[in-house]
Design a protein around this ligand. Structure first.
Ligand SMILES: Nc1ncnc2c1ncn2[C@@H]1O[C@H](COP(=O)(O)OP(=O)(O)O)[C@@H](O)[C@H]1O
Ligand SMILES: [Mg+2]
Length: 252
């Protein structure tokens, strides 16, 4: 099943309401990672999510991207209730409506950069002009000359650029990035975030990025902090200093 052409490449609204997710801790108690979380993100917004390690940032992103199911609550992307998707609709949603970038690039080592970018397209049957789009995306992330390179021939930053291009191959309305700069040095991480924000400004996509880096978070349209299972806004001044929100808890 393919998303109709006219729906592709459109940034999507995200509306989260009463979202809860808990896990059983080894000692038998219940660990409430997301506790009645609600938030609305408008189409085209760029949002950073910060919070201490273990506060549930990945759980939140995974629930939004349908990789994990919440215990209760609603996640709506556009007019789709993500939490009730199943079977072919779920596969379709994951392949076409949402793009993921993780801390680890997850590129397949035996495939070239171009082939890696094309993988999500193959998952939906392989479309005409996909190779052309993949080349354009690689050009857009500054790797026009590296399409035939294998992951081991690329630097960490270059591999994350390929991962970013791969996340965008099916023109998703939502881009979810979970600490994409976590393994990169400062300059390379700054460059990847600048690229991500450039991309988000230049094409119709709603972007959420988890980060520990408040300098990066301050560059996003909005910043939310996850703490004690709740999401709350973090405000920055024009120099990127935290105005409102507990900085010590936001990460480094
Ligand atoms: N599948 C799971 N089973 C049990 N506990 C989990 C599972 N996934 C995550 N957790 C726990 O939930 C909490 C939040 O995890 P996570 O979302 O990965 O946090 P973050 O990304 O903010 O570091 C952690 O305490 C983690 O150990
Ligand atoms: Mg995480």
């Amino acid at each position: 099943m393919q998303k109709p052409a006219e729906q592709r490449g459109i940034a999507e609204d995200l509306s989260i309401s009463g979202l809860s997710r808990s896990f059983s801790a080894p000692n038998g108690t219940e660990l409430k990672v997301l506790d009645d979380v609600s938030c609305d993100i408008a189409a085209g917004e760029t949002v950073a999510v910060v919070g201490p390690s273990g506060s549930g940032k990945s759980t939140l992103l995974n629930c939004i991207g349908s990789l994990e199911r919440p215990n209760s609550g609603s996640i709506r992307l556009g007019d789709t209730e993500v939490t009730s998707l199943e079977g072919a609709e779920l596969a379709h949603f994951r392949a076409l409506r949402v793009g993921f970038v993780f801390q680890d690039h997850h590129l397949l080592p035996q495939l070239t950069a171009l082939e890696n970018v094309l993988l999500p397209d193959l998952a939906v049957g392989g479309r005409e002009q996909a190779a052309e789009r993949a080349r354009e995306l690689l050009l857009g992330v500054g790797l026009g000359g590296r399409v035939d390179s294998f992951p081991h021939q690329l630097s960490g930053g270059e591999r994350q650029r390929v991962a970013l291009a791969r996340a965008l191959i099916n023109a998703p309305g939502l881009l979810l990035c979970d600490e994409p700069t976590g393994n990169l040095d400062r300059q390379t991480g700054d460059d990847v975030v600048a690229l991500l924000l450039d991309i988000a400004a230049g094409q119709p996509v709603t972007a959420l990025m988890v980060t520990h880096n408040l300098r990066h978070a301050a560059r996003f349209g909005r910043c939310l902090q996850l703490h004690d299972g709740k999401l709350r806004p973090v405000e920055f001044d024009e120099r990127g200093e935290v105005l409102d929100g507990p900085p010590g808890e936001a990460g480094t």
